[in-house]
Structures are given as structure tokens and as C-alpha cells.
Design a protein around this ligand. Structure first.
Ligand SMILES: [Zn+2]
Length: 112
């Protein structure tokens, strides 16, 4: 199977790239870099991008560069689901290059 990739270099909101993600493209937002987060309990987690994932809704298909863009993506997904009478179970997770979730209580260590 051919995997098409779109580089989304200036789309901080994720709005521009979402249609590509929805139709099966591999979307990479901006330059991948190391993101370091310190949790409330002092645990340090390191990843390269954020993903919106849910056990029912799955992964949104976008590697978000910022937490803010991922939150907006989850909000859009929730809004779209509510219009159809449902809800979205997607949450924002920090992931490493391989798509492995880092530090999330429910999805830690899972690969999206
Ligand atoms: Zn997303």
C-alpha cells in the first residue's frame, strides 16, 4: 500500500492538514523536535509530538507539534461527534517518534 505524506509546516492549528489526515495521508506538522514535559508529580516525560487518541475514535492521524494544536483538534472532533449525537473519546497524548504514548495514565506505552 502506498502511504502518502503531507508536510504541514505553517499550520499551527491543524485545520489545514485535517482533511489530509481524514483521507489517509500521513501528516507531519513542522519540524519534529524533542518535547519535554514535567508532570505534577515531578515525572519527566519526553516525546516528539502530540497525538489525539481514543480507544473508540482511534488516532486523528496528525502529528501535532504543539499541545495547543492537539487540544484544538480534539475539540473539533468532539464538536463533529456531538453534531451526530455522539461524543469523542480522544485525548491528547505526548508520543515518541514510533508513535508510542508517553506518560498518559490510560495509554502509556501503547503504540497508536
Ligand atoms: Zn489531532
Amino acid at each position: 500500500m502506498l502511504i502518502k505524506t503531507v508536510l504541514s509546516l505553517c499550520d499551527y492549528s491543524g485545520v489545514w492538514s485535517q482533511p489530509y489526515a481524514d483521507t489517509g495521508y500521513n501528516v507531519i506538522e513542522g519540524e519534529e523536535m524533542e518535547i519535554v514535559e514535567t508532570k505534577y508529580d515531578g515525572t519527566v516525560i519526553v516525546g516528539t509530538h502530540y497525538r489525539c487518541v481514543g480507544s473508540v475514535r482511534g488516532w486523528c492521524g496528525v502529528k501535532h507539534r504543539t499541545n495547543k494544536a492537539a487540544i484544538r483538534c480534539c475539540e473539533r472532533d468532539g464538536s463533529a461527534c456531538r453534531k451526530q449525537g455522539g461524543y469523542s473519546d480522544r485525548v491528547v497524548c505526548l508520543c515518541d517518534d514510533d508513535g508510542r504514548v508517553k506518560g498518559h495514565p490510560e495509554y502509556d506505552g501503547n503504540r497508536c
